[in-house]
Design a protein around this ligand. Structure first.
Ligand SMILES: *Cc1c(COP(=O)(O)O)cnc(C)c1O
Length: 366
């Protein structure tokens, strides 16, 4: 009685530590990497509850739905929170962050999402990191949607807590995620009486029970399937090469954008400036009088495997997301996605130029 998913030997501590080292290498850092065995919201919540308390003053940058969630957790911890919200069709600038910090010298924590798959924008983390570092605040970044899709250098950029997951550009599973932790972040966590301890959310538990004891014994049984799948996705990324993978995502984004613009008929990129658009996914605004959910449903009837979804929540009527990440970051998927959306719009009576769109996709695939 064997099955490849059930016939696994237990994952050893040294194997687990080796996967951590490979994740650190992928992120070009020698800082500690803590792999938390849950969907990315686990380390994200663990980071915020670990550093925040009633004495915390936080600047929470909101460029999409995840930033809103971080603000809720920070307030729940009793922190004083200043939200810096920018329209989802843009990115935040380092200058906006600089001004917000100058207004409130007491800010000691900054949370930011690097790329937002849900809204399709990406923020200049390197520049913002310089500003945050000069101010002296601790800097947390959600890089779940950027890792693999675009350059990500948490240590060089001054990111103290950088959370990643394998489920987007790395083409891996959801259910296992990692966070890089700077020495400054460990100090803040250790000094915070409100940080979770003896808890599934606790980063400090991992430090005390795993890192400080030489990574010899795991605190609990590792999730083998997820860990092996994470290892496989890192291995695949190493084999293809960081530059090739990020170039594939950049091409997918620019070709989707160009194809959508060439369709005409009122289809428009949701993120106005191409430089603010995330390589991981492209968001589109549907023509007036059409419903994004209906356009997506029609497109998927023709081609069910395409990575098309309508926007979440209030955006369901107006936004289409083309999730061209991981194995979907290919010319073929982009070509088929633009064609299927164009076909769906044509069925709904919108005049679109399918051949111009096809040409634009081919020409802008770099
Ligand atoms: C995808 C994503 C996550 C993880 O959430 P899931 O919806 O479970 O995949 C976290 N943060 C950002 C910015 C993401 O894009």
């Amino acid at each position: 009685m064997t099955h490849p998913l059930l016939d696994l030997t237990p994952l050893t501590a040294s194997h687990f530590a080796n996967i951590e080292r490979r994740v650190a290498a992928l992120l070009s850092t020698d800082q500690d990497v803590v792999i938390m065995q849950g969907e990315a919201l686990l380390p994200l919540e663990g980071c915020i509850r670990g550093v925040a308390g009633p004495d915390t003053t936080a600047l929470n940058v909101i460029t999409g739905p995840y930033g809103q969630t971080f603000g809720d957790w920070l307030r729940d911890c009793g922190a004083t929170v200043y939200d810096l919200a920018v329209p989802f069709r843009t990115a935040v600038t380092a200058q906006q962050v600089r001004e917000a910090l100058a207004e409130r010298p007491e800010i000691d924590f900054v949370s930011l999402v690097h790329a937002e798959a849900a809204t399709g924008n990406t923020n200049p983390v390197a520049e913002i990191g310089e500003v945050v570092r000069a101010h002296g605040a601790l800097f947390m970044v959600d890089a779940v949607a950027s890792v693999g899709a675009e350059p990500l250098l948490p240590k060089a950029w001054g990111v103290d807590l950088c959370v990643i997951g394998a489920q987007k550009a790395l083409g891996g599973p959801a259910g296992v995620s990692a966070v890089t932790v700077s020495d400054r972040a460990w100090e803040r966590l250790a000094a915070n009486p409100y940080a979770p301890r003896k808890s599934y959310l606790s980063l400090l538990d991992w430090k005390h029970r795993w890192i400080d004891t030489g990574r010899r014994a795991l605190p609990h049984a590792p999730a083998q399937l997820e860990m092996l799948a994470l290892e496989a996705s890192v291995e695949q990324f190493e084999k293809e090469g960081a530059e090739t993978v990020t170039a594939r995502h950049a091409s997918a984004a620019s070709a989707t954008r160009a194809g959508a613009l060439a369709l005409g008929g009122g289809v428009a990129p949701y993120v106005h400036e191409a430089r603010d658009a995330a390589p991981v996914a492209t968001t589109l605004r549907v023509p007036e009088g059409t419903d994004a959910s209906e356009v997506v449903a029609r497109a998927l009837t023709a081609e069910p495997a395409l990575p098309l979804v309508a926007g979440g929540g209030v955006l369901a009527k107006e936004m289409i997301r083309v999730n061209h990440y991981g194995p979907a970051a290919t010319r073929g998927v982009v070509r088929a996605s633009v064609a299927a959306l164009g076909g769906a719009l044509a069925e709904l009576g919108v005049t679109v130029d399918l051949s111009a769109a096809r040409r634009a996709v081919e020409e802008s695939w770099r």
